[in-house]
Design a protein around this ligand. Structure first.
Ligand SMILES: C[S@@+](CC[C@H](N)C(=O)[O-])C[C@H]1O[C@@H](n2cnc3c(N)ncnc32)[C@H](O)[C@@H]1O
Length: 309
């Protein structure tokens, strides 16, 4: 039997079931993986050490808890189990996902969307506008966009039909998004005027999103690395604080190619406040009004799927 990195003999099925909460906490502390082991796990899964910097402590705890529950007492035996079992690997990938988000995160970005992006898009696409929130977490981003659209639309003589796709790797986050219940801290950037219009009070700690905002959103499980994009010919793709932060370059690039391909020429890619697009993606042009908005070159020919009647 292999000896794990903590010096314990380890293997799946090793019985390590704590009987009390205190015992459980002690075990997690005892078997909390160190940074070197965590880095090895991230490398193995193509994830970025730098990207996990701020959330490392909490994620390490979650992984350690999972290892303990399944009897993996060492990182070598754990990695070899992930290599052998796709199911285990997928479970661990989900545990590594981070759901941090909030309504109207990066306020100036939303101002740029209203002032510059929506007028351009709706002038060009008068019938239908298609938007994808990729890695939507618990829905904060997608509902923020719907609020913005409805508010902006009040001054618009004829608003195009809006279709939205919201996808995530983690089914638990998607289900929370569809339920639409949020803590007060996640709505702190919603204006006082909009708060009562789009949320109802549930308790001193939580609010519920208005059911009208839930209409017309196609929710689905989706892995940016392996799945085809849910739609093509999109006018806006939100790709914020996931692929470009948490993944290493080699895993990012093929996924990014697919995302760019899903945009129509002239469509907009929205990235996170601390993210950058690798230089080789020359089909994306900087947008003068905001550093995290990129525009797919409008002069590129429309992909074949868009020209088929
Ligand atoms: C930090 S949240 C960002 C949420 C939102 N986009 C924002 O910026 O506020 C990252 C989300 O990306 C999702 N995610 C991570 N890897 C993914 C993948 N390979 N495919 C799809 N979603 C992924 C996570 O499950 C998580 O919900």
């Amino acid at each position: 039997m292999p000896v794990g990195s903590w010096g314990y003999e380890a293997g799946e099925g090793f019985n390590l079931t704590p009987t009390t909460q205190k015992e459980s906490t002690l075990l997690i502390i005892k078997f909390l993986m160190d940074d070197q082991q965590f880095r090895k796990l991230l490398d193995f899964l193509g994830l970025s050490w730098k990207g996990y910097r701020k959330v490392r402590k909490g994620v390490k705890k979650r992984i350690s808890r999972y290892m303990q529950a399944h009897g993996y007492l060492g990182s070598d035996v754990f990695l070899s189990a992930l290599e052998k079992s796709r199911e285990r690997r997928e479970q661990v990938e989900k545990i590594l996902t981070v759901s941090i988000s909030r309504f109207f995160r990066d306020r100036k970005l939303w101002q740029a969307l209203v002032k510059y992006v929506l007028p351009l898009i709706t002038a060009e696409h008068r019938e239908k506008v298609k938007v994808w929130s990729a890695g939507c977490a618990c829905g904060e981003e997608v509902y923020s966009f719907k609020i913005l659209w409805q508010e902006w639309g009040k001054g618009c003589p004829r608003l195009p039909e809006l279709q939205i796709w919201a996808t995530d790797l983690n089914p638990e986050f998607l289900s929370r998004a569809q339920t639409g219940i949020y803590s007060w801290s996640s709505v702190k950037e919603v204006s006082e005027e909009w708060l009562p219009r789009y949320f109802s009070y549930l308790s001193g700690t939580h609010l519920a999103i208005s059911s009208s905002l839930k209409e017309g959103i196609h929710w689905s499980l989706h892995d940016l690395l392996s799945d085809d994009t849910p739609q093509k010919g999109l006018q806006i793709v939100f790709l914020r604080n996931n692929l470009l932060t948490y993944y290493q370059g080699a895993s990012q690039k093929p996924a990014l190619n697919k995302v760019i391909d899903s945009l129509s020429p002239g469509g907009f890619l929205i990235i996170g406040a601390h993210e950058k697009i690798p230089k080789e993606f020359t089909e994306l042009l900087p947008f003068p009004h905001h550093p995290n908005v990129l525009q797919k070159n409008p002069l590129l020919p429309a992909p074949v799927h868009e020209t088929v009647p």
